[in-house]
Design a protein around this ligand. Structure first.
Ligand code: CP3
Length: 358
């Protein structure tokens, strides 16, 4: 079966730093609870996991934001915690409390039992990717994703979200050998998982290192970046006759931008604390940049949204040869009014198109 022609490949071209007519955009967590139609489908599915594990539902919610907004990419609806769930850690999403594992990995015995899961257990994800590609019919590219070995490791050891990362840092400082073992297994699993998504039809991939920024300088390199690098080295880089760009996003990672940019990724995601002009200077356009509007700017009303969007675009500077993918600096808040997203999409497209004509 030959894939339908991609009608809008501006996102992919911008990642490859090729000429584009405007700055493409998509939003982290673009399919989610700020959309009433998402909540409606989630209620029908019964739970977050039931939603993510059923390819028809996963496909439906992936496409929902694209029906409302002229976004330039779709992102697979799934979660970074599917891998540890497949490892047997027993994932549950408690309403209002976020993810929780029944069997966290805390002791030497837990670590000894840990193995790279059979990818057949994650077939529901690859099936969703294939179905979404079919339903997208070449409208925009589809992004596949995974968490970084470190970020997924945080949930595996803590058993849930954390404000101080005490348990995983206790392991890091007292038994680094155990943590290295976990990260090694995560890196192997993540490589296989992303490659299977690419083979199922993901046209770009993103690694979410959401909690890399909580590590001390030096330890970030040893416990997070080294393992993301390992994943990068094992990734399929071309599929269907086209390059498959890879994006690495470390929240709070701007101070390490040169090192992140040097692990073989095509783009680096940035949160809102980074200045795109400075980062661009430091990386000398060796990678594309993705970001970096503060998600809370979407609560400021129309004039503020337009002004802040322009600030991000102006900071990046001239974009004749792509290199910028507009995004938020982290996931969209569940309390965001959907109309704010319409305003943002309009401003990014209109303002950046005018800039590209100069
Ligand atoms: O971006 C998208 O639209 C694709 C879907 C996506 C989800 N999670 C769906 C989801 C993606 C890319 C993720 C990644 C993810 N998951 C990350 C990395 C990105 C980031 O935000 O830092 C992390 C850390 C997770 C783990 C996770 N999943 C948490 C902490 C939570 C609960 C907190 C929250 O934001 O609600 C989830 C649940 C989750 N994953 C939801 C969605 C839409 C909300 C669940 C619901 O419907 O109840």
């Amino acid at each position: 079966m030959t894939a339908p022609i991609l009608k809008n490949d501006i996102f992919l071209r911008s990642l490859m730093r090729e000429p584009v007519p405007y700055t493409p955009l998509w939003l982290m967590r673009q399919a989610g609870r700020y959309l009433p139609e998402y909540n409606e489908t989630r209620a029908r599915a019964g739970s977050f996991l039931a939603l993510a594990q059923n390819r028809e539902y996963a496909c439906e919610v992936t496409l929902q934001p694209l029906l409302r907004f002229k976004l330039d990419a779709a992102i697979l609806f799934s979660d970074i915690l599917t891998i540890p769930h497949a490892m047997g850690l027993g994932l549950d999403f408690l309403t209002g409390e976020g993810p929780k594992f029944a069997h966290p990995v805390r002791h030497e015995d837990d670590v000894k039992k840990l193995v790279v899961p059979d990818m057949a257990k994650l077939q529901y994800v690859f099936d969703a990717v294939s179905l979404i590609r079919k339903e997208l019919d070449g409208k925009v590219p589809l992004i596949g994703f995974a968490g970084s070995p470190w970020t997924v490791g945080c949930y595996m050891v803590e058993g849930q979200g954390s404000s101080d990362y005490r348990l995983i840092k206790t392991m890091l400082y007292s038994r680094p050998d155990l943590l290295h073992r976990i990260l090694e297994i995560n890196a192997q699993a993540t490589t296989e998982y992303l490659n299977a998504q690419i083979q199922a039809g993901a046209q770009a991939v993103m690694i979410f290192d959401s909690w890399g920024g909580v590590l001390a300088d030096g330890l970030f390199h040893e416990f997070s970046l080294a393992y993301t690098h390992k994943v990068m080295r094992g990734l399929i880089r071309e599929h269907e006759g086209r390059k498959v760009p890879a994006i690495v996003f470390t929240k709070g990672g701007a101070q390490w931008i040169e090192q992140i940019a040097s692990i073989g990724c095509d783009a680096v995601g940035l949160d809102w604390t980074a200045n795109l002009a400075h980062v661009r200077q430091r990386t000398a356009d060796s990678v594309a940049l993705q970001g970096n509007l503060d998600p809370m700017a979407l609560f400021g009303g129309e004039a503020a949204i337009r002004a802040e969007a322009r600030r991000v675009i102006d900071d990046f500077g001239p974009v004749k040869n792509g290199g910028h993918v507009f995004n938020l600096g982290h996931g969209i808040s569940r309390f965001t009014p959907p109309e704010a997203v319409s305003v943002l999409v309009d401003e990014v497209h209109t303002y950046s198109r005018a800039m590209h004509q100069n």
